[in-house]
Design a binder for this molecule. Structure first.
Ligand SMILES: [Ca+2]
Length: 433
């Protein structure tokens, strides 16, 4: 088998690459943003008030690029003009002490499901942030590094079925791999999952603790998308554009895990029928826009984080093209453009490390309608993007005064933004006008 051969041929390189890949993304050295926000105490955790700043101009990124020889494919593909929100807002801490949380999902009554990745714990948070007993019945997870219990979402028909879907790095014989399961949530004082059914298992199995992907997005047509990474280590990376492998692919399934008949590669010999798009590095952020088109925020190497508009069957190029380089400074790509390979709508060099993507559709912040919000890990910011004609025309970094890695951002049913910070004692913040 080609994959297996690749593994053994490249085995000597693997340990070296692991060392490089497992080191955390280099911290972005950045002077504090101009003082657009002040921190105040309001008696209930910190609050952050926005001050109306000057209108846009210089890009928010002032550090030099890691790969200056790579130039954008079109004007505005990186370093869009900086903008300042005109809407004042507060960030109120509603929960703390979360152990490496990864995702948040709302129940119909406003309570929230929250995952904590390394310990593989699912809990329910009250509207006030009080945590339930752990939800029993979560499968065993491989919680090393970037693995563990990852996303959680409620089924679109949750009110009727009580089904929740969740993703995790699944320990397997000979390695691990991303899995997605669904189960009925028994929502009681001692909550539990009932009838856990694994609907998807990334193939092949490989032992990697990195680049798990794992974001789950339901589309209005009843299908669901799952984002995946290419596992980081070279035997995985070389499969990112290989249709025989799930690594580095977005997949599209029906809610029971079966394959939609209109997936792009169902009739192609040797291709895995679940694949929707290929050539991704590690996609943790994914969201539908007002036209129900899927956008993803993709973790690049050093330099080269990407925002991509996802279109059926297309190849997003990793690792053949891109705007980054190895953490060692060695080149990955010969070039940034190639026929048949999609260009990112926007990229960042230096990176922001996108942990999540949310496209705002609420009424609480009229100014922010249609804006893209990205949880920035190494950039320690909530990144706001103003869009026009599917391109970024303004960029802002919010919450920079907190100096905290941002893991996740979700829009609540009340139109507020709910932000999870990262780390072993992480917080849930609610952003309100
Ligand atoms: Ca790409």
């Amino acid at each position: 088998m080609r994959n297996r051969a690749s593994c053994s041929n490249l085995a000597s390189l693997v340990s070296l690459l692991l060392v490089a890949a497992c080191s955390t993304t280099p911290a972005v050295t950045r002077e504090p943003e101009q003082s657009t926000h002040v921190v105040e105490a309001d008696g209930k955790g910190e609050s952050t008030k926005s001050i109306v700043g000057p209108s846009g101009g210089a890009p928010v990124e002032t550090a030099p690029p890691n790969v200056p020889q790579f130039k954008p494919a079109f004007a505005g593909q990186t370093r869009a003009p900086g903008v300042h929100t005109k809407t004042a807002f507060r960030a109120v801490e509603i929960a703390s002490g979360l152990d490496l949380p990864w995702a948040l999902a709302f129940l119909p009554d406003g309570r929230m499901l929250v995952t904590e990745k390394h310990v593989g714990r699912l809990s329910i948070l009250s509207v006030e942030g009080k945590r339930s007993a752990p939800v029993a019945g979560v499968p065993r997870v491989d919680g090393r590094d970037q693995g563990g219990l990852l996303d959680v979402v409620t089924s679109p028909d949750y009110a009727k079925t009580r089904l929740v879907y969740f993703s995790y790095y699944e320990p397997r014989e000979g390695g691990n791999g991303l899995a997605v399961a669904r189960a009925k949530l028994i929502d009681s004082a001692t909550p539990k999952l009932e009838g856990v059914q694994v609907i998807y298992r990334m193939q092949p199995t490989l032992d990697s603790t990195m680049h798990a992907g794992g974001r789950i997005v339901f589309a209005p047509d009843g299908t669901l998308f799952i984002t995946q990474g290419e596992r980081s280590i070279l035997p995985g990376r070389v499969q990112a554009r290989d249709l025989g492998s799930d690594f580095g692919k977005l997949v599209r399934l029906l809610p029971d895990g079966t394959i939609p008949k209109d997936n792009p590669f169902v009739d192609r010999k040797g291709a895995r029928p679940e694949i929707w798009t290929l050539g991704h590095r590690n996609v943790l952020g994914a969201a539908l826009d007002a036209q129900n088109r899927l956008w993803v925020a993709e973790m690049g190497p050093r330099g080269g984080d990407e925002l991509n508009l996802i279109e059926r069957g297309k190849d997003y190029g990793w690792p053949t093209i891109g705007y980054g380089e190895e953490y060692s400074g060695e080149p990955i790509h010969q070039t940034t453009q190639a026929p048949g390979l999609e260009q990112p709508r926007y990229y960042w060099d230096p990176v922001i490390s996108p942990g999540a993507l949310m496209i705002y559709s609420g009424a609480l912040f009229p100014e922010w309608k249609g804006n893209f919000f990205i949880a920035g890990l190494s950039s320690k910011a909530l990144i706001r993007l103003v869009m026009a004609d599917d391109r970024v025309v303004g960029e802002e970094r919010l919450l920079t005064d907190r100096d905290e890695r941002i893991r996740d951002v979700t829009q609540g049913p009340d139109g507020a933004l709910y932000v999870l910070t990262d780390g072993s004692s992480a917080k849930l913040l609610k952003l309100m006008p």
